[in-house]
Design a protein around this ligand. Structure first.
Ligand SMILES: [Zn+2]
Length: 129
């Protein structure tokens, strides 16, 4: 099991993490046939955005509808840890209610890891052209 991500989408996601720091960023990775084609940034509306993320519910709903319309699947949810490692926090595990993969971008932006949550099993990330 691995998550394949087109390089342009990967770079988009990292750019979003850089822009939002020191706040956590959040967004969706969408594509088809097991490969991510686009990163969709969402607004982090958490009350404590420096250590938690919550996607804006209205924006999230519109993104899901749009994805459905154009035939894209949500393959992963991403968020960043501007001051921590790319490992799921206790909160990340507790709040992982979606049946999807969770991508975490660490403080060193190049540290990106993928997990199936709440179980915590790590999934290989494959950035492709
Ligand atoms: Zn987290």
């Amino acid at each position: 099991m691995r998550l394949r991500v087109r390089r342009s989408a990967y770079e988009q996601m990292l750019a979003h993490a850089r822009e939002e720091a020191p706040r956590e960023c959040v967004g969706l990775l969408m594509g088809g046939a097991g490969r991510v084609e686009v990163a969709l940034p969402l607004e982090n509306v958490s009350q404590t955005p420096h250590r938690a993320y919550r996607a804006d519910p209205g924006e999230l709903l519109r993104a899901l509808r749009k994805a459905d319309e154009i035939g894209l699947d949500v393959l992963a949810v991403y968020h960043s840890h501007p001051v921590g490692p790319a490992l799921p926090s206790l909160r990340d595990r507790a709040e992982a209610v979606w049946d999807t993969l969770y991508v975490i971008i660490g403080a060193a932006i190049s540290e990106v890891r993928v997990f199936r949550l709440p179980q915590g099993e790590e999934v290989e990330l494959d950035v492709c052209e």
